[in-house]
Design a protein around this ligand. Structure first.
Ligand code: APR
Length: 175
């Protein structure tokens, strides 16, 4: 079970082996954390994403799956791109959100990454309520079979940070 830390700030400056990107299935970049990672990491990342699309994912990266590229100019060694589910009031997509975390940790294991930083996946453009997303993210991470030693949730604002604090406390209390 990986140690979980919470941090406030920008995921692109985290000094970890791998940072996880809340991408979309095109892997061609976007806004939010996706935009920040491509801006800070530079064109190398997009170049590798184009190759991944051409060689492995002609129809795009499916929701819940994860794939790695180098990290370009970022302090991290790799970027693990994953596609979160768009929130739906009528369909429970928490399993897909959980899979974003376990798939990303699986990719981290394949790389030999021991420290991984996650953003609050799906809680921005994809509209997932923070408390629900935080609970899914923390539980999936605590329950993952992985050799990753440290998972850092990097929260961009106070609301997200408090939601993850509540979710982490609840998950650890129930252990
Ligand atoms: N560092 C850490 N977290 C960040 C950063 C950053 N630099 N920038 C934004 N965030 C936070 C947002 O505040 C939000 O809590 O990341 C969380 C995820 O929000 P989004 O980036 O909008 O990602 P998501 O909701 O998963 O939507 C993905 O948005 O940017 C596009 O291309 C992306 O189409 C995809 C969609």
């Amino acid at each position: 079970m990986p140690r979980i830390l919470l941090a406030r700030g920008d995921i692109t400056v985290q000094r970890v082996d791998a940072i996880v990107n809340a991408a979309n299935s095109s892997l061609m970049g976007g806004g939010g954390v996706d935009g920040a990672i491509h801006r800070a990491g530079g064109p190398e990342i997009l170049k590798e994403c184009r190759l991944l699309r051409a060689e492995r994912y002609p129809d795009g990266l499916p929701t819940g799956e994860a794939v790695a590229t180098s990290a370009g100019r970022l302090p991290a060694r790799w970027v693990i791109h994953t596609v979160g589910p768009v929130y739906s009031r009528s369909t429970d997509r928490s399993g897909l959100l959980a899979r974003c975390h376990t798939s990303s940790l699986g990719v981290a294991d394949a790389l030999g990454a021991r420290t991984v930083a996650f953003p609050a996946i799906s809680t921005g453009v994809y509209g997932y309520p923070l408390d629900e997303a935080a609970t899914v993210a923390v539980r999936a991470t605590l329950g993952a079979e992985t050799r990753v030693e440290e998972v850092r949730f990097v929260l961009f604002d106070e609301r997200a940070h408090s939601a993850f604090e509540r979710a982490l406390r609840a998950a650890l209390d129930s252990k």
